[in-house]
Write a new protein. Sequence first.
Length: 212
Amino acid sequence: MNKGILIAFEGSDGAGKSTALRALAAHLEEEKIPFITTREPGGSPLAEKIRALLLDPENEIDGRTEALLYAASRRDHLKSTILPAMEQGKVVLTDRFLDSSLAYQGAGRELGEDVVEQLNDFGLEGFRPDAILFYDLDPQIGKARIEARGDMNRLDMESLAFFHRVCDGFAGLLRDHPDRYIVIDASQSMDDVAKDTIEKTDEILRQAGYGR
Ligand code: TYD
């Protein structure tokens, strides 16, 4: 049996990563590769409760509290959902993981990427995804997509300045650690984004010993 792997989907809001994740899931289904899909914040019963707190527009949450809540939800997600699935040899596809905290809390909330990484490492104990797909999109286009979608959560309602800090945070991570990410051009049509996602993941899966 294969050792399971974790693939994280990252990017700013409106980049189309959730749609790409669904397209990949359908492909894995066809290929009969065992997988689960999950998301952050959330992904386990306890972490979903923390998600509800985090995304509720009624809650006023200071930056450090927010970072701690994301880190706590991630720890539970890892222990309760990700590691057990990996132990069963499954491919785990997660909509967001650690890098979202580095960009949103580290850069967006201006807490600093290193501090946020250390905070998360208390929960992750050095665990990292096997691959990170980064959906790269011009911030202006991303913001317009979220607004067109309506139904904004607490973080979607943040100022344009916050949104730009998050995008700059991701851009900085990409610049500083180019080998950590597989970059997907999210300005393409959704069909092409999905196709790119499947092609690039097939390569990762082959290397990990899945499929043909
Ligand atoms: P969600 O509705 O899932 O948005 P999206 O579809 O864009 O992922 O809400 C998740 C929000 O939480 C999103 O605005 C990004 C934010 N977030 C953080 O600020 N830090 C984190 O560590 C994670 C995982 C998400």
